[in-house]
Design a binder for this molecule. Structure first.
Ligand code: FPP
Length: 246
């Protein structure tokens, strides 16, 4: 990326793709029209990440709370995910993208679940970009499911309670094998984390933009990366303790 040294490009970008509904309302169209338009922005961001050498992209596509939306909107989103899986996976695979779905996948119907598993299996050997799509996901859900796994290991006698520390619990959280998000982007004007990757974003740089998700393009991503590259990440230490990036 011109103007940003490779070492300052975030390894992992996490995005809350917000604003589809308002984008559609401004055009007097149903909310599902906005979600459909959001697919183009996903493509833009994936292409830009591949080009810029971002290693991991995690998108919040459907939260644990989104099940409470009107039935027809949930149905439209499920249809959109199915179509996206049918149409986009081969191309993503061709670009070397490894696709992963994180969240409470058991909540989805059989057809969608089967497509998600087959997309993950098809792309498992790729590493040009790790693309994670969070569906039926909540950061609190993630911490609870990791805690349950720790409790089960204790119950089986494989782990002592005093052995549970951040590193051990972290192994059971979604995306444990990937670097944590460096840059957290939320579009659509709200300044909230909204239960996305709560544990994993502990040291992420937060970037909020008023741009609605369907309008978010490669120039918008570049602006976010440039903003990130100007920040000093101290991880609780002082400025003097930070080794400058060469
Ligand atoms: C939030 O906007 C967006 C969603 C709940 C759905 C996100 C889904 C996509 C962008 C579809 C494409 C994704 C993939 C991975 C194929 P909102 O409805 O809350 O908007 P509002 O705040 O303006 O109402």
């Amino acid at each position: 990326m011109p103007g940003v040294e490779a070492a300052r490009v975030p390894r992992h970008i996490a995005i809350v793709m917000d604003g589809n509904g308002r984008w559609a309302r401004a055009r007097h169209r149903p909310r599902s029209f906005g979600h459909n338009a959001g697919r183009k922005a996903v493509r833009e961001v994936v292409e830009a990440c591949l080009r810029e050498g971002v290693q991991v992209l995690t998108l919040f596509a459907f939260s644990s709370e989104n099940w409470q939306r009107p039935k027809d909107e949930v149905g439209a989103l499920m249809g959109l995910f199915l179509r996206a899986l049918d149409k986009e996976v081969d191309e993503l695979h061709g670009h070397g993208v490894r696709l992963r779905f994180i969240g409470d996948l058991a909540a989805f119907d059989e057809a969608l679940l089967q497509r998600m598993h087959s997309a993950m299996a098809q792309t498992v050997g790729n590493d040009a970009l790790h693309m994670n799509v969070a569906v039926s996901y909540g950061g609190r859900w993630d911490i609870v499911q990791a805690s349950r796994q720790a409790a089960a290991a204790v119950a089986r006698g494989e782990l002592r309670v005093d052995e549970i520390d951040e590193a051990r619990l972290g192994q059971w959280l979604s995306l444990a094998e990937l670097p944590p998000p460096d840059l957290f982007i939320r579009t659509g004007g709200e300044r909230r984390i909204s239960n996305f990757l709560l544990w994993q974003v502990a040291y992420a740089e937060l970037y909020f933009t008023d741009t609605l998700w369907p309008d978010f393009d490669q120039a918008c991503l570049r602006e976010a990366i440039e903003d990130y590259a100007r920040r000093e990440r101290r991880f609780g230490r002082t400025s003097e303790q930070i080794v400058p990036v060469p």
